[in-house]
Design a binder for this molecule. Structure first.
Ligand code: DGJ
Length: 534
């Protein structure tokens, strides 16, 4: 054999080795469990190595407790154009007898989702369900000695378990760890389950803190050193409400009242609920480390009152810093938005690197408007109205999700690179929005009318190039001006079109009578791309 043949053989061998190496790098990346990636301050949920934006819907609490019932749900994917469903797993049905886990419901839900090409976010209904403990197993509910109750008044047991019980924490965390072990075993390769909600709307109701003897003893102690250190280290970086609390007292050490003043009870309760949930998350993550979040029943007064008309100690914005200090394993804090001011809540929960995810929101027509704001303004990793079981193709959200579906692959590739703005008609019929070197005056033409299933006007703008923009939404028209305030803007090209699998497909060129950037009322399947000069 001459040397040329040997050279060719070596070259071939090296090429094969190189190919195997490349394959294994890609394979390793795709078999990473889902995780959250942050680029240029924009967070993305990565699933099998690719960003996944959740056009989601949450089911009613008990829907996933029966696989036959779930058969009536799966078709929502086609009716509402969802790509993700949020479904619950209750501790009660998962561990009906202590130590005996029943995987049949979880397996059935995963199978159903796969058959319908849906991803899943699973809610662990463990110790907390809206401030109470309605979904804990009977063997827990009935053993008050081993699993003590929260007391709103000293000596009076309530329907909620106490966050101060080691036994309860151990039992909850053990069950959750068993769930995550199983999800890993059956789902690591396929990654149908992309995120977990741990517990639901935690905190205590009818009181600002647990008054049981265990809790009372802890309240007499100074705040934990771990919390003091966190508050000191993060001083410049705390949520505005926490900054205000601390500057009022001027303390980061001492008793709960010394440090948190009139919010002492809530801060105390938050620390212990968060420590409990953080431990459950940690035990779960040891088995399968996928993104895990907690959701908040929001404060209707936006922290402006001492009264807690929501579960005290849950992750409202005022105490998120306490949660972060107690439970660093939690990936994100998610608001359940039933308050009127959707924008304000999104702004609050998109602070300090928290990826915005709206796991619950009104399921009426306004959902169709809110999704534009969450995605366009805050790069939300997902949006989900609550209780979608009875929604169908007539719902305005259906056409919005449909028109966003083709856009998502483009969006996912360009998040953090291209700039966007989202907007909703709130108080004024005109709003000015800046993007690039332009000011866009949005003139809203559609008011919310829930009795007729009509959402308020909303939309998003995306800047493709310095002079090129894409618009979508409904019920508005736009005028553009240079942001320097001098000169005027000419639209050179105005194309109607749509995104198909992430690729822009132009439709009509509208350089005549239809040149206005104008979106008619009610949600419709429409995008406009314009090219301008100043
Ligand atoms: C918020 C809770 O998180 C959900 O489980 C459900 O109870 C809804 N409220 C009902 O509106």
């Amino acid at each position: 054999m001459n040397s040329q043949i040997w050279m060719n053989k070596i070259w071939l061998l090296l090429s094969i080795l190189f190919f195997i190496e490349i394959q294994s790098i890609e394979a390793t990346d795709t078999i990473k469990p889902p995780y959250i990636k942050s680029t240029n301050g924009v967070c993305q949920l990565m699933v099998q190595g690719k960003p996944w934006v959740m056009l989601a819907g949450e089911l009613h609490n008990s829907s996933s407790a029966d696989l036959a019932y779930m058969e009536t749900i799966w078709n929502k994917r086609n009716e509402l154009h969802l790509n993700t469903v949020i479904a619950s797993v209750s501790w009660e049905l998962f561990e009906p007898e202590e130590g005996k886990f029943d995987f049949s419901l979880v397996d059935g839900i995963i199978k159903g989702a796969r058959e319908h090409e849906l991803k899943l976010v699973l809610i662990w209904f463990g110790t907390w369900k809206n401030g109470w403990s309605t979904y804990v197993p009977e063997w827990v509910k009935t053993d008050l000695k081993r699993f003590p109750r929260m007391q709103a008044k000293p000596g009076e047991n309530s329907g909620a378990l106490s966050a101060f019980s080691e036994n309860t924490l151990k039992a909850d965390a053990k069950a959750f760890a068993a769930l995550m072990r199983h999800v890993r075993e059956v789902d690591f390769a396929e990654q149908t389950v992309i995120m977990m909600q741990v517990e639901n709307e935690t905190g205590v109701l009818n009181t600002t803190r647990d008054k049981s003897p265990l809790a009372e003893a802890m309240f007499q102690k100074p705040i934990p050193a771990q919390l003091s250190i966190y508050l000191q280290k993060q001083r410049g970086n705390l949520m505005p409400e926490m900054k205000a609390l601390l500057s009022a007292t001027g303390r980061t050490t001492g008793s709960w009242s010394d440090v948190f003043g009139f919010s002492a009870d809530e801060a105390f309760q938050a620390w212990y609920v968060a420590s409990f949930v953080g431990e459950v998350v940690e035990k779960g993550k040891k088995e399968y480390n996928i993104p895990m979040y907690v959701n908040a029943w929001l404060d209707p007064n936006f922290a402006e009152s001492i009264k807690t008309e929501y579960p005290s100690g849950g992750p409202v914005s005022k105490v998120i810093d306490i949660w972060k200090a107690a439970a660093p394993s939690i990936d994100l804090y998610a608001p359940d938005i039933y308050l009127e001011d959707f924008k304000r809540v999104c702004n609050q929960y998109a602070q300090q690197g928290n990826p915005l995810f709206v796991p619950e929101a009104h399921r009426d027509a306004r959902a169709a408007a809110n999704v534009y704001y969450a995605l366009g303004e805050h790069n939300a990793i997902g949006f989900s109205p609550f209780g979608i079981d009875a929604l169908n193709a007539d719902h305005p959200l259906s056409s919005v999700y449909k028109s966003l579906t083709g856009f998502l692959p483009f969006w996912a590739k360009n998040q953090g690179i291209l700039k966007s703005r989202g907007f909703i008609y709130t108080n004024s019929s005109e709003e000015k929005i800046e993007l690039g070197d332009f000011v866009f005056t949005i003139h809203y033409t559609q008011k919310r009318d829930l009795s007729r299933n009509i959402p308020e006007a909303a939309g998003l703008i995306l800047q493709l190039n310095p002079n090129e923009f894409i618009f979508t939404g409904f019920g508005y028209d736009v005028r553009m001006a240079p942001s320097c305030g001098k000169g005027w803007v000419e639209i050179i090209k105005n194309d109607e079109g749509e995104f198909v699998n992430g690729i822009w497909k132009a439709g009509r060129r509208m350089n005549g009578d239809e040149m206005e950037i104008s979106f008619s009322s009610k949600p419709e399947f429409r995008w406009i791309k314009i090219h301008t000069i100043k």
